[in-house]
Write a protein that binds this ligand. Structure first.
Ligand code: ADP
Ligand code: MG
Length: 728
């Protein structure tokens, strides 16, 4: 579609009317989920009890039971007009995958039957060869298995083309290695649960279960569908490779918490309703900082479910956007010079007794448990800062981190003034501890932690890892990412740290030290070991970059280098002790991430070449030609050279930019050809990152964007930023 056509369509859009639901949310919330209530309704009592038991214990279910569960599930699905079923899984491509099978079967005598066997529920063998495996699946073992994750309920995905029963599954190779995001996440939940329960028991014996909670804020951009279709770069890469950004003016600040355009609001109401039917507890919605940018957030949930729900939400948002003639952009940086999008991961730990372990209690005793977890989390994050950086590395996030209003690539933590003071007091009390004196808890201020820790004025929005009163918020995660990777890593790091803490506690208490003295002595040391990662200032400022360097913190700006953090000895040890990845799995994942990065930059580079040579250059030449003719015509009628000089200068300016575009595109293509000859996966990614992208992307773009400002607006082929971002 041409820019002109697209603008015409976009400017005549009518909003799609979405009536508010006529019934209260609780009447349709989770209506498409095979939850406990539906299980009870559709399963025989004995089967129901047995299934619930397996779910609670996290055990696989028996085939004999699976048969009955499948039958009940099928009956429920048919009652919801489902015609197909699919195993729904999270391959390492980053999106979700599904392969639909029909319930429909023919009996030997030719009768049509609707069947769904226990084995189809529990396990399937999708053709796995098209999913990345990082060399794990050799051709002779090309099979991959999907297996039901009973901790995440089955659901029905509605679509005009027919409803589908979706069964959340893990995806593993024939040899048992994980090929997805879900299975390591589940393993990390087990690791952190065990380690956290053990530590809780120093303080509270009634705690028998601990589970991470996660609330995900999702940022996104909306673009009119027609204009989207007039931007091949958005279509192919999810981001604009060219485009001059409008001057950062008042209109940008006004957008934040400003009123939501009606057409957008209708879209939001629509996808919220669809999400509610799927049991996704969406709660908030608002405008974001940039024009055309928005955010939504659900209530937090148990982590595995929260991750599934985030992926499902993105899918729903994409599908519903089409009804409203929008395109939703989850890319981390769709527009240069404008804020990017993140996915803030709000993380905490909850217990079976209903306690949030990162919520300070009312009594000193409870506060000691809070402080134990609080400091151990900071220590864990400090131990594995480079690994955490690696988990959020992606081609998209490279454009976002450290750019406009986004956390830098430096992994620091923010805890607020009050807690900083508390930690300071603990750290400096270690002298007393060393002398074996009982510590006076009130002296160092533990009982004085106020219940509401952070008011809004004490919030720091510039830190990648911020304590926000009763949870940590990891903000460096990219908006398009599967949150499972960073969350599994955080769980693992915390589990490893809590195990180390327990070992030292046991030793000290075995030597007769009192619990409180042991806890405070250990915490005091942890604080002094990890405090260089705590930063309370402006994380967006240049001073922080300098200060972080002095503190010895890394600031790794590109994905290929950041990914090194995945495969260090330290990372390997972490994942082996917590049983999350084997060495082979870790290396496979590392390789896959590098390959994905290379491919993305390769596509962007090809697109830059294509758009420059096929759209920009011809347009500019036409315009230039027109100018030349005009100037010659003016000369002919006797206008003096002096008067024509500015026009000639303009032609010259265009010629210069044009020449820079052509030369740099040519050089970029050569750099790409050279990079393609490299066999080593890491080296190739580095070549793409520095030689192809680093050397040429900005340079080419600079000249194209300058030309955009000179060339006649009517001729310019690509929809401009102001057209992309302001929604009618
Ligand atoms: P913000 O001020 O950063 O927008 P909100 O209060 O809107 O923060 O919460 C952001 C997210 O944090 C929500 O999804 C919320 O449910 C989640 N959240 C709140 N408490 C917890 C918790 N204990 N564990 C995990 N997530 C939580
Ligand atoms: Mg937030």
């Amino acid at each position: 579609m041409t820019r002109k056509e697209s603008l015409k369509i976009a400017s005549s859009r009518q909003k799609v009317t979405v009536p508010y639901p006529t019934m209260p949310i609780n009447e349709f919330f989770a209506s498409n989920v095979f939850n406990k209530q539906k299980m009870r309704e559709y399963l025989p009592e004995e089967i129901f009890n047995s299934l619930i038991n397996s779910i609670e214990k996290g055990e696989a279910i028996d085939y004999s039971i699976a048969q009955h569960v499948a039958a009940g599930m099928k009956n429920w699905a048919l009652s919801k007009n489902a015609t197909h079923y699919t195993h729904w899984f999270q391959p390492l491509t980053g999106s979700t995958a599904e392969k639909h099978d029909s319930f429909f079967h023919l009996s030997p005598d030719g009768q049509a039957l609707e069947t769904f066997s226990g084995s189809s529920l529990v396990q399937q063998e999708p053709d796995a060869s098209s999913f990345p495996s990082g060399g794990i699946r050799n051709t002779f073992e090309a099979r991959g298995y999907t297996a039901w994750d009973t901790s995440s309920p089955a659901f029905i995905y509605e679509s005009p083309a027919g409803n589908t029963l979706c069964i959340p599954t893990i995806f593993i190779s024939y040899t048992g290695e994980s090929l997805d995001y879900k299975s390591p996440l589940l393993k990390s939940l087990i690791a952190v649960e065990k380690a956290a329960v053990d530590v809780c028991n120093y303080f509270d014996k009634s705690i028998t279960k601990v589970y991470p909670t996660l609330g995900i804020e999702q940022e996104y951009f909306l673009v009119d569908d027609a204009i989207f279709n007039a931007r091949p770069d958005l279509m192919m890469c999810g981001r604009s490779v060219y485009g001059s950004s409008p001057a950062r003016g008042q209109q940008l600040d006004d957008h934040y918490f400003g009123s939501i355009p009606e057409r957008v609001q209708a879209y939001m109401i629509d996808f919220e309703q669809e999400s509610h039917k799927l049991g996704i507890p969406l709660k908030t919605r608002h405008n974001e900082v940039a024009p055309g940018q928005f955010e939504c957030a659900p209530l937090f949930e148990e982590m595995n479910l929260a991750v599934d729900h985030n992926l499902l939400l993105m899918d729903v948002m994409e599908r519903v956007s089409k009804r409203h003639k929008f395109r939703v952009l989850f890319h981390e940086k769709p527009f240069s010079g404008i804020n990017g999008s993140g996915k803030h991961n709000n993380w905490s730990l909850s217990t079976n007794t209903g306690k949030n372990l990162l919520s300070p209690g009312k009594t000193p005793k409870n506060n000691l448990m809070f402080l134990t977890f609080f400091v151990n989390v900071i220590k864990a994050y400090h131990n594995h800062a480079d690994l955490m950086r690696a988990t959020i590395a992606s081609a998209g996030n490279d454009y976002r981190l450290g750019a406009n209003e986004a956390p830098p690539a430096i992994m620091s933590a923010f805890i607020g003034k009050q807690l900083s003071e508390v930690l300071d007091a603990i750290e400096h009390s270690k002298v007393d501890v060393a002398e074996g004196k009982e510590i006076n808890l009130s002296k160092i201020g533990i009982p004085k932690i106020p219940e509401i820790l952070l008011d809004n004025t004490d919030r720091n929005r510039t830190s990648p890892f911020a304590f926000t009163g009763n949870k940590f918020e990891f903000r460096a995660v990219g908006s398009s990412a599967n949150p499972a990777a960073p969350m599994a890593t955080l769980n693992a790091a915390v589990a490893e740290q809590l195990i180390a803490f327990k070992a030292e506690m046991d030793e000290r208490m075995g030597n007769g030290e009192s619990r409180d003295v042991a806890v405070l002595s250990i915490l005091a040391r942890y604080i002094s070991e990890s405090k260089n990662i705590i930063f309370e200032g402006n994380g967006y400022g240049d001073e922080w970059v300098e200060l972080a360097k002095q503190r010895g913190l890394n600031n790794i700006k590109n994905t290929p280098d950041a990914l090194d953090g995945m495969v260090t000895e330290k990372a390997l040890k972490l994942f082996e002790t917590t049983k999350i990845y084997t060495e082979r799995e870790l290396h496979a994942r590392h390789e896959i991430q590098l390959e994905i990065f290379t491919k993305k930059i390769q596509i962007e580079s090809r697109l830059m070449e294509d758009l420059a040579l096929n759209q920009i250059v011809p347009t500019v030449l036409n315009y230039q030609n027109l100018l030349v003719k005009t100037v010659n015509g003016q000369k002919e009628i006797g206008i003096s050279k002096a008067v024509l000089q500015p026009q000639i200068a303009l032609i010259e300016k265009i010629a210069n930019h044009l020449s820079d575009v052509l030369t740099n595109v040519d050089a970029m293509v050569n750099a790409r050809k050279k990079a393609n000859l490299i066999d080593d996966v890491k080296e190739k990614a580095v070549a793409y990152s520095s030689d192809v992208k680093g050397n040429y992307f900005d340079k080419i773009r600079l000249h194209v964007d300058k030309l955009e400002l000179i060339v006649d607006d009517k001729l310019w082929p690509l929809a401009k930023y102001r057209e992309l971002m302001f929604i009618k």
